[in-house]
Write a new protein. Structure first.
Length: 399
């Protein structure tokens, strides 16, 4: 039986976001902690099977790292889990960075604890250094309600299907009402060509209606994802992906010819708090994400149609969709100023305010389209030679 570890990243902030803070959807506030991870850990008590647990702390800013560590450690202790629990936090990350700089300085820049993709890379690097073979990703705003979850999660991973190693298995999210679908009732009018919930639901329906338990899928959920060691030895998450790192990882795994399937019996209950990140910030993160993903997809010769309806729809006519959505939102946001404009020329001048945002995102995508190719090669080299003994005092052993 392969050694398995459940990995739970937990994101934290302190007060209002500062300019140099990393953006996460709904990090827990240290000042007013309506935290969710305690319920996630509590839900693991019903789960059958042989597994350990790794919690990874992710601060929005290094300045709050020590305070975050203290809070998460206290939550883990209160959970009183029977499984072996490890914690990797701010202090542990500093120790890892120091070890890498001393032993393999050329690789130390590959490892970071800032941003979704970098945190996900820690979610595979730490299990590797601890000598696990399967990493089961869940998030700190989820509940496992199926006592056989780990048994199902590890049932197919690592097996050969159609002469291909099944290296990545993903499952569905369930809402409180038991459905798997995203709410489409509050889509703003300016998202005329940016309707992510609608496209996501179209994809969910296609996969849900599959006649086989293991279905082909164009999408993945990072909070219900199982990764085999053979995959993480070769394939890292792309640090330049700001959001949607899970779906980008699925494309990377397929690109390197590992098998990817969605297990239609693998569910996790998703209970995300309301995001406090401003809408415009999230929109701009998505604009960078999709323009970069489109450029990267073309660079690697992937077919956008293979990832329809979602996220592939955003790799087709991406520039037009970005420009139109930016324009419509600008009209909504600036309508009081716009109705005072007296000429078409003045209107065009006003709309030029959008140009720097678009140009910067396009430049980023074009300049970095081949970034992942080099990063992946360095990661693969690092994973071959980084010794397991670097794991000494790597994590805090909680039980």
């Amino acid at each position: 039986m392969m050694k398995s570890i459940i990995v739970v990243p937990s994101y934290w902030r302190k007060g209002e976001l500062e300019e140099d803070d990393i953006i996460y959807d709904h990090p827990t506030d240290l000042i007013n902690p309506e935290e969710t991870i305690s319920k996630t850990l509590e839900s693991l008590k019903i789960v059958k099977g042989n597994f350990d647990i790794l919690v990874i702390g992710a601060p929005t800013n290094p300045s709050i790292g020590n305070e975050m560590d203290e809070k998460i450690v206290s939550i883990i202790k209160l959970a009183n889990l029977s499984a072996q629990v490890f914690y990797f936090g701010h202090k542990n990350f500093q120790s890892l960075q120091k070890s890498l700089k001393n032993v393999f300085p050329k690789f130390s820049s590959l490892v970071s604890n800032r941003g979704y993709s970098n945190i996900r890379n820690l979610c595979i690097l730490i299990p590797h250094l601890l000598d696990y073979e399967i990493a089961i990703f869940i998030d700190d705003d989820e509940l496992i309600t199926d006592k056989n979850y780990v048994i199902k999660a590890t049932e197919f991973i690592g097996k050969t299907i159609n002469k291909t190693l099944l290296g990545l298995v993903v499952g569905f999210y369930k809402n409180l009402d038991g459905s798997i679908y995203v709410d489409e009732s509050n889509i703003p009018w300016w998202e005329l060509v940016w309707n992510k919930p609608k496209l996501m639901n179209e994809g969910f329906r296609i996969v849900e209606e599959s006649i086989t338990r293991l279905a082909d899928t164009p999408f993945a959920f990072g909070g219900n994802m199982i990764i085999h060691k053979h995959v993480w030895l070769k394939i890292p998450f792309d640090p330049l992906i700001r959001r949607g790192e899970d779906m980008d990882y699925l494309r990377n795994v397929k690109m390197f010819e590992f098998g990817v399937k969605l297990d239609r019996k693998l569910f996790i209950e998703h209970r995300p708090p309301k995001s406090k990140t401003p809408y415009l910030t999230r929109l701009h993160e998505d604009i960078y994400r999709f323009l970069y993903a489109q450029a990267k997809t073309k660079y690697f010769g992937l077919k956008s149609v293979d990832y329809l309806p979602y996220p592939g729809s955003f790799f087709i006519n991406t520039q037009g969709k970005v420009l139109l959505t930016e324009l419509l939102y600008f009209i909504y946001y600036s309508q009081k100023d716009l109705i005072q404009i007296k000429s078409f020329e003045d209107l065009l001048d006003k709309l030029k305010e959008l140009k720097p945002i678009y140009d910067k995102a396009i430049k980023f995508a074009n300049e970095n389209k081949n970034f992942y190719s080099n990063f992946q090669k360095q990661w693969k080299e690092m994973m071959k030679i980084v010794p397991k003994d670097i794991s000494h005092n790597l994590v805090t052993k909680m039980s």
